[in-house]
Design a protein around this ligand. Structure first.
Ligand SMILES: *Cc1c(COP(=O)(O)O)cnc(C)c1O
Length: 455
């Protein structure tokens, strides 16, 4: 009988592990964050943001406070919905790879809509409700963000309208059903509800839609209804702030099982919110010179903003309606190939994440989707969980790091974010199993059409 002491393989999920404060990285950045700008170079007035978002979220967007209190009601709902989420050692994956690395993952897929996005949806709807807003409008691609916002709206009694990219609306009926079950109004975009949508349909009655068109429709919808506000599921500072519950919990959970600081922290990046949510509380320690952790952001080769893009000012949406943000971008007119990881098909990334990549605090890697789905299959067979195609990007990077550790005989500690499960994404896995998945090389990256802003 082996009486040797083994480290625990799963941290506890005590309620008190859910933080009472979010961590705001803005005051700790190595440089001030370049502000949003208008095409003429000026800084947009605060009123412009207040027309789109509740005031408290506009405050959070530019706050210099390191810790921001999580409202009691928000924290309570997060606990009811399943926080703290599990932190699990991937022993099965370690054995499969034969690696001396210790691999841990934070699993956000246990939350009711299957991903981390509910963490910010609850907070955003709470502030809208508190400021008397009756309705929130948003866009969704594959439906992860739309279903999270729909659930939060149901919990607080705030109406939610979701403009869903028409091709997904037709191809992914189950996400739509989920949103409607939560009481949200789901409208295929382009729609006849907005002037912009009608203009698109006039030119192209069979338009499959795009995230950019859907964003433009949601914004136009909000601007025509004084009691409505807009809601975004990633990229903005306040969204990343709300996601730091992930990393704050993980820190305490790692401590609890006696694990030192991770050597690597890994996450996939669409707009950057799940990656930042897990990593920023640890990036804080690195910026203070207290840790040597390496941070790895993982993106698709088909949409390689961090690895092939340029750090410059670009619009947040495809139509060019929003202010410009300084970010790594492949250009808002970039035609993102139809990869299955819909949540990673965004032309830019969160401005704080881009600054940290530019400052070499965070590294980025990119993969093709076939190798990503292969990693997803390995994870499903060794750990039991089918990763969302987005999350499988992180799994692929973790496998590569763990195999490198094996070659070098190094007992490194890896922590990664399993941002969601893939049980509503089985079509992609089906194509993978049938050998029908296609890999896409990046399209030509042309940024010549962007306004030239001096910095
Ligand atoms: C939306 C989504 C992502 C990408 O968005 P981020 O803001 O970069 O986190 C990643 N994983 C899952 C499961 C998602 O639903």
């Amino acid at each position: 009988m082996d009486l040797g002491v083994r480290p625990p393989i799963r941290a506890s999920q005590r309620e008190d592990l859910v933080p009472e404060y979010w961590y705001n990285i803005l005051p700790d950045l190595p440089k001030p964050l370049p502000p949003p700008r208008l095409p003429d170079g000026s800084i947009p007035p605060r009123s412009m943001f207040e027309r789109l978002f509740p005031k408290t979220l506009v405050d959070q967007e530019v706050s210099s406070e390191r810790y921001i209190k999580i409202p009691y009601e928000v924290r309570e709902i997060l606990i009811r919905l399943g926080r703290p989420t599990p932190l699990i050692r991937a022993v099965g994956l370690e054995r499969f790879l034969g690696t001396p690395a210790r691999i841990y993952y934070k699993y956000e897929g246990v939350l009711p809509t299957g991903s981390h996005k509910i963490n910010t949806a609850v907070a955003q709807i709470y502030y809208n409700k508190a400021e008397g807003i009756e309705r929130v409008s948003t866009e969704t691609g594959a439906g992860q963000w739309g279903s999270a916002l729909a659930l939060a709206g149901a919990l607080f009694g705030v109406k939610v309208r979701v403009f869903m990219v028409r091709s997904s609306y037709n191809q992914k009926p189950y996400r739509r059903v989920l949103m409607e079950l939560y009481g949200a109004e789901v409208i295929p975009s382009p729609s006849t509800l907005t002037r912009f949508g009608r203009a698109v349909l006039e030119k192209d009655p069979d338009s499959p839609g795009s995230l950019g068109i859907a964003i433009s429709e949601a914004i136009e919808d909000v601007l025509s209804d004084e009691r409505a506000r807009y809601s975004l599921g990633s990229v903005l500072n306040h969204v990343l702030l709300h996601q730091t519950v992930i990393g704050l919990e993980a820190k305490k959970q790692l401590e609890e099982i006696g694990e030192e600081e991770p050597d690597y922290i890994v996450g996939c990046v669409g707009g950057g919110s799940n990656f930042a949510g897990l990593s920023y509380p640890f990036v804080h320690d690195k910026l203070k010179g207290r840790s040597k952790t390496r941070f790895i952001a993982v993106e698709p080769k088909a949409c390689p903003s961090l690895t092939r893009g340029v750090y410059t000012y670009d619009y947040g949406d495809t139509a060019g309606l929003t202010p410009l943000l300084k970010m790594y971008t492949v250009g808002h007119r970039y035609r993102v190939p139809p990869i299955h990881a819909g949540g990673l098909r965004y032309h830019g990334d969160a401005p704080t994440l881009c600054l940290l990549v530019d400052e070499k605090v965070i590294d980025a890697v990119a993969y093709h989707q076939t190798e990503v789905f292969e990693a997803g299959r390995i994870f499903a067979m060794s750990e039991g969980i089918v990763p969302a195609p987005e999350s499988a990007h992180a799994v692929k990077a973790v496998i590569d790091i763990a195999l490198e550790a094996k070659r070098r005989g190094e007992k490194v500690v890896i922590l990664f974010n399993l941002s969601g499960h893939g049980l509503l994404d089985l079509q992609g896995y089906k194509e993978y199993l049938e050998g029908r998945l296609q890999d896409y090389e990046p399209e030509v990256i042309d940024l010549s059409y962007l306004p030239k802003l001096s910095e």
